[in-house]
Write a protein that binds this ligand. Sequence first.
Ligand code: CDP
Ligand code: CDP
Length: 223
Amino acid sequence: PTLKPVITIDGPSASGKGTVAALVAQQLGLHYLDSGALYRLTALYALREGVSWEDEQNVARLAAQLPASFHDDKAWLGEADVSAAIRAEDIGMGASKVAALPAVRAALLTRQRDFLVPPGLVADGRDMGSVVFPRAELKVFLTASAEVRAERRYKQLIAKGESANLVQIQQDISDRDARDAARAVAPLRQEPDAHLLDTSDLTIEQAVGQVLSWFDKARGTGH
Ligand code: CDP
Ligand code: CDP
């Protein structure tokens, strides 16, 4: 088997990608890439620099020189801890707007591939299996019903002590999913070689267990 295996976990908003990917990485001792955070950081950086999320050339310029880093379990923009700021719903919306611009996606491509170093990587996002790591050992398309996903996001916000409106969250999630699936570059879709995992009725532990068992099989048979 390869010294740098990759597991990709793609899917719609609040399907559980981040939670499952981080736990799988931890259990296997692999690195973890939250690619959505890079798009969120780009949206936040543009906002702070006064650049419109529709301005392709200038957002791509910012993405190419994004002063972002991940350490101590936090996301950083320069010296600032922006872990909480990038999770705001409006930044999620901004992320999906800048993510629809081809020049921005191109600017972030190498940066994402640079995360693949021994002993390997678990990467979550929308196009990890289709564009960024097309030769991954295991590709998973993680999903859950729209109702379950909105409820999960709602509970996350309440747990953080923030105000939350379930109807508004449902609307935001469906707007973002529609934009992510409709865009011309790297649209959200299940790759033919990706395993479908619907987590609507699964616990986190069950979802993680399924991914680990697929990975065992993929490694055992060499693909
Ligand atoms: O990364 P993504 O937006 O796909 O989702 P997430 O932030 O990892 O998960 C959204 C929420 O759903 C988290 O609070 C998870 O704990 C929860 N979740 C769950 O309740 N059951 C699962 N099988 C997976 C995630
Ligand atoms: O956590 P959630 O699934 O809601 O969002 P995220 O994974 O943090 O991604 C935020 C936005 O970035 C998504 O709505 C996508 O538009 C975009 N994105 C993307 O286009 N490609 C990726 N590989 C990851 C995120």
